[in-house]
Design a protein around this ligand. Structure first.
Ligand code: MEV
Length: 314
C-alpha cells in the first residue's frame, strides 16, 4: 500500500446544461462539475472491508472489486472506507459517478499508482455500467476532469473537449422538483423502449436535442447568452417529448416560463415522483428566487465549472 498513508479523495457532482439522454445516442452534451463534493477516506484496518456511508454500500463495494479486477491488483489488508457526500441522491447531480470516480482515485493511491485521469475515468465508466446499464460516460467524465466539458461518445470512445469560458456566466438557479423514484438506468431504459417502438420519431427528437446542444455550446464559448431562454425551453420541450419529465417538474417548469424564464431537468429525469433538480434561467434571477421562496421550494446554490477528482492529501 502507498503505505500506511491515509487516503482522502474527493469528486464533484455535476449537472448537464444540455444533452441528457441524447448523449447516450451519440449526440454531444454540455456538462459541468459543481461545488458539491463527495469524499472517500481510506484507512488501513485489521481485517475485512468496512464501508461507512449514508447510502447502501453496494455500489462502493462493486467499485472496489471492479477496480481491483481491472488494475489486476488485490486489496491485501483490511480497510475502513468512509464516504461523506454533499451531493443529493436521485437529483441528476451525478452522485453515483462521483462515488465511482472517487473510489477509483482512492484505490490508485492505495496501490501506489500514479494518477492517470483517463484510466480512472475508464474504470469509473465500467462501474457506471453496473449502475446504469447503458451510460454515455458523460457523468463520470465531467466528475473526473471537472470544469465545463463538451462530451460525445463514438462507439466506446469518448471525445472530450474542455470548454474555456471567457466571460462571466449568467446566474443559474437550481430548484428541486424532488427525488426521482426511478434510477438513471431505468430512465435510460425508458427512452430505449420508446426508441425501439417509434424509432423515426425518437431519432428526430434526439437529433434536435443535439442541435440545441451545439447552439448552447457556441453561446457558452462566445459568452453570448441571448439565445439561452429559447434554447433551454426547446431542450426541455424535447426532453418532455422523450417522456422523461414527470408531472411535478412539468408544473414547476411551466410556472417559471410564465414568469419569463426557462427551465429544464439536469440529468435522467423521473416520472413517478420528482425529476430531480431543475436548472432555471431568467435574465432577472431575483424573480425566480422570489418565486422559490414564496413556494417554499428547495434551492441549491452551486458554483459551476469546479475542479474534478482531487487527491486531498497531496
Ligand atoms: C444522466 O445524468 C444522464 C443521461 O444522459 C444518462 C447518461 O448520459 O449516461 C440520462
Amino acid at each position: 500500500m502507498a503505505q500506511k498513508r491515509d487516503i482522502l479523495v474527493s469528486a464533484p457532482g455535476k449537472i448537464i446544461l444540455s444533452g441528457e439522454h441524447s448523449v447516450v445516442y451519440g449526440q454531444p452534451a454540455l456538462l459541468t462539475a459543481v461545488n458539491r463534493r463527495l469524499s472517500v477516506s481510506i484507512k488501513e484496518a485489521d481485517q475485512g472491508i468496512e464501508i461507512i456511508a449514508d447510502e447502501p454500500p453496494d455500489l462502493a463495494r462493486y467499485a472496489l472489486e471492479k477496480t481491483e479486477q481491472l488494475l489486476k491488483k488485490e486489496i491485501k489488508r483490511g480497510l475502513k472506507i468512509k464516504i461523506n457526500s454533499q451531493i443529493p441522491v436521485g437529483r441528476g447531480f451525478g452522485s453515483s459517478a462521483a462515488l465511482a470516480v472517487a473510489i477509483v482515485g482512492g484505490l490508485f493511491s492505495y496501490f501506489g499508482k500514479t494518477w492517470d485521469k483517463a484510466l480512472i475515468n475508464q474504470i469509473a465508466y465500467e462501474i457506471e455500467k453496473k449502475q446504469h446499464g447503458n451510460p454515455s460516460g458523460g457523468d463520470n467524465s465531467v466528475v473526473c476532469f471537472g470544469g465545463f466539458l463538451r462530451f460525445q461518445k463514438r462507439g466506446e470512445k469518448f471525445i472530450i473537449k474542455p470548454l474555456k469560458i471567457k466571460t462571466s456566466l449568467p446566474k443559474f438557479i437550481l430548484l428541486d422538483s424532488g427525488r426521482a423514484k426511478e434510477t438513471t438506468g431505468e430512465m435510460v431504459h425508458c427512452v430505449s423502449k420508446k426508441y425501439k417502438k417509434e424509432k423515426l420519431k425518437v431519432k428526430r427528437t434526439l437529433s434536435l436535442i443535439g442541435r440545441t446542444t451545439i447552439k448552447t455550446i457556441a453561446g457558452f464559448k462566445k459568452g453570448n447568452f441571448n439565445q439561452l431562454t429559447t434554447l433551454i425551453k426547446e431542450n426541455e420541450r424535447l426532453l418532455e417529448e422523450l417522456g422523461v419529465v414527470g408531472q411535478k417538474a412539468k408544473r414547476l417548469i411551466r410556472e417559471i416560463e410564465k414568469l419569463g424564464g426557462a427551465a429544464k431537468i439536469c440529468g435522467a429525469g423521473g416520472l413517478k415522483a420528482g425529476s430531480g433538480v431543475v436548472l432555471c434561467y431568467h435574465p432577472k434571477p431575483k424573480i425566480i428566487l422570489n418565486f422559490a421562496q414564496k413556494q417554499k421550494l428547495v434551492h441549491f446554490p452551486v458554483k459551476l465549472g469546479t475542479e474534478g477528482v482531487k487527491n486531498e492529501k497531496n
